[in-house]
Design a protein around this ligand. Structure first.
Ligand code: CUA
Length: 354
């Protein structure tokens, strides 16, 4: 994917200043591992071609707007100072009235038209490059389905289904590994946005849209749903884990493994079945094959619960099993009114699903 050289040249100085500014923000630069969470969702710290193209266009627009602001504000300031009221002013006569000036008419008509044309062309070029990417090599296909209020994630090539945490391999310049995502919705309109990786995209019921990334740095990049889709819209968090090719292959291999069937947690496995958990959740190799909630086959490989609402640790897992509405009020999983022993047994079972 080549980017616009003209834009790059124009933005070099400005970009350096912005990078200096954004480097001061925590969690935006210098990630060394896929575990490092880039906690600030920062469009001024783009990682990879689509986000960089958007960033360049945004900076171009900002620079042009800054220029307009300085010219207009400067002229205004000049007029205010130069023509301010003075004690010697003669208030009895009108100042000379000027009607019609071809030069001034042209000055405030032609440059704005040219500016709009430049902005339109630059934007159209960016939109075109992002919507019609020329991938170096076959992209990894990932299918994302938005649900209220979580993300279903499929890797058709590997026959892997997971949720909320999207693992992708890092894309080095020498070996580009683009990832193309097909976005769909199971219920209402959602929006998919990971600001450091690419711009916003819609997920519309009965339609499919495309989104792609090619991140060259390791790290966990955060994103959000961007369309108000209900009570827990703000907690439909996205985590894109960019990892080394080796780590990614190991993650795929782990996801492809048969689920754990530890006999010591048989009680929890039974509770899971008898309490209708399996009507909404799938655990491969069991009778649980629901599709309304996240696939839990390798539940413990995920770092968060409830689409990023809390870390996946004992305390939160227990709270979730007791009543999901505590951690995520309004989520579609009801309080299952489990007995305390059932909570412990199901928790012990879920913790074997790695
Ligand atoms: Cu999904 Cu907002």
């Amino acid at each position: 994917m080549t980017s616009s050289k003209g834009l790059k040249r124009n933005n070099c100085l400005f970009r350096r200043a912005l990078l200096l500014l954004t480097a001061a923000l925590p969690g935006t630069v210098g990630a060394q591992s896929s575990d490092q969470v880039r906690s600030v969702q920062n469009i001024f710290a783009p990682i990879g071609p689509p986000a960089e193209l958007i960033h360049q266009t945004a900076v171009l627009v900002l620079m042009i707007c800054l220029g307009i602001f300085l010219v207009v504000g400067g002229l205004l300031l000049y007029a205010v100072l130069r023509y301010r009221q003075r004690p010697t002013d003669d208030d009895t006569n009108e100042p000379p009235q000027v009607y019609g000036s071809t030069a001034i008419e042209l000055a405030w008509t032609v440059p704005p038209i040219l500016i709009v044309v430049v902005l339109a062309l630059a934007t159209a070029r960016t939109v075109g490059e992002i919507q019609n990417p020329k991938f170096a090599g076959e992209p990894l296909q990932v299918r994302i389905v938005g649900h209220r209020f979580w993300w279903e994630v499929h890797y058709p090539k590997y026959n892997v289904v997971t949720a909320n945490e999207i693992h992708v391999p890092v894309s080095y310049l020498s070996t580009p590994r683009p990832v193309e995502m097909t976005l769909a919705s199971a219920d209402v309109v959602h929006g998919f946005w990971v600001p450091q990786l690419n711009g916003k995209e819609w997920l519309v019921p009965d339609r499919e849209s495309k989104w792609w990334i090619q991140p060259p740095s390791l790290g966990t990049y955060l994103g959000n749903c961007t369309v108000l889709c209900g009570y827990q819209h703000a907690n439909m968090l996205i985590r894109v884990v960019v990892e080394s090719p080796e780590d990614f292959d190991a993650w795929v291999a782990q996801q492809q493994k048969a689920p754990n069937a530890d006999p010591s947690t048989e009680a929890g496995r039974k509770d899971f079945g008898t309490n209708s958990c399996g009507s909404c959740h799938t655990i491969e190799g069991t009778t649980s094959n629901g599709i309304f909630g996240p696939n839990l086959t390798h539940f413990m490989s995920r770092k968060t619960l409830g689409s990023g609402v809390a870390p996946n640790d004992d305390e939160n897992l227990k709270s979730w099993l007791r009543d999901p509405q505590v951690l995520k009020p309004g989520c579609l999983m009801p309080d299952m009114k489990l007995e305390p022993t059932q909570v412990d047994e199901i928790m012990a079972y879920l913790k074997t699903l790695n």
